[in-house]
Design a protein. Sequence first.
Length: 129
Amino acid sequence: MENKNFLALDWGRSKVGVALAHAETRIAVAYGIWPVDENLWPILKKILQIEEIGTVILGDPEHPEADFAEELMQVREKLAALGVGVVMQNEMFTSKMAQANRLEAAKKAVQAHDDAEAARIMLTDWLEK
């Protein structure tokens, strides 16, 4: 999976922020935001194939919400079944950092892009390890 690309998912109850990094550059970029609905898994599967993803970094908020932890484990299993490696990454405070980054850059509609930016921050942190 060395030559494969990386995808980060900032998983939420209503939407998922996605970031991508190519294996050659290892620079994370915000990729998009999708609602958690019946279309999400077909979209993710297509992204995994098109972008030649080898590893997915799945955000772990590391808070004691047991029902959400179970949901994340199901997401992890479903991703692994699609043939990619899955790594859990602490994503605590990435949304706050994303808001600060967006405000600093004077972007419009700041909150609309927070999830993808949070995924980008999480992926950057993981790539730097």
